[in-house]
Unconditional design. Structure first.
Length: 183
């Protein structure tokens, strides 16, 4: 066992839902002692930084029950079992915004909360956007307002805590850095 590794002794499955499952692992610590780890299992997700021809960032506003408030976010969604992240990004962009893109390029992937969850988010940048005449329908339990914000407006939304999630703040900072590097 490596100097930092924790060896799983036992796993107890507590809950399996539509989006996540929860387990409690008994682990052996590097010093030989034992501890419990509560772990949320998640299939992963994608998020899309979509920028229009007139340099507007495509965002969605939706109610987030866990926070009891609306948030403005970049389009995103959960990977289906066995789904390729690139295909998922194209699907989510169309379902949530009605846009399709000429290019989808992986920007980065990151773990959201590695202290207790295995969820990974794959962030793509979409360019060459066009509005589809008959876009795929949104999920039946998803209610979304579509917004298109300038970089400056998005930065104001962050200050006002209308944009308040990591993936969207990451997206805004990514675009801000790209803009600065062009100068």
């Amino acid at each position: 066992m490596s100097r930092l590794e924790e060896k799983t002794i036992k796993t107890e499955h507590i809950f399996t839902g539509k989006v996540i499952s929860l387990q409690v692992d008994d682990v052996e610590l590097p010093d030989g002692k034992t501890a419990k780890r509560e772990i949320v299992k998640h299939p992963g997700a994608v998020a899309v930084i979509a920028v229009t021809a007139d340099n507007k960032i495509v965002m969605v506003e939706q109610f987030r029950k866990a926070l009891e408030r609306n948030l403005v976010e970049i389009p995103a969604g959960k990977l289906e079992k066995g789904e390729d992240p690139l295909s998922c990004a194209a699907r989510e962009l169309e379902e949530e915004t009605g846009y399709v893109s000429e290019t989808l390029e992986l920007v980065n992937s990151f773990y959201v909360s590695p202290g207790f969850a295995d969820e990974i988010v794959h962030v793509y940048e979409a360019r060459g956007l066009s509005k589809k005449e008959n876009p795929a329908e949104q999920d039946e339990d998803e209610f979304i307002n579509l917004l298109e914000l300038s970089l400056e407006e998005a930065e104001q939304y962050i200050k006002q805590q209308k944009i308040y999630d990591a993936k969207t703040i990451f997206a805004v900072q990514y675009l801000k850095l790209k803009e600065a590097l062009k100068r």
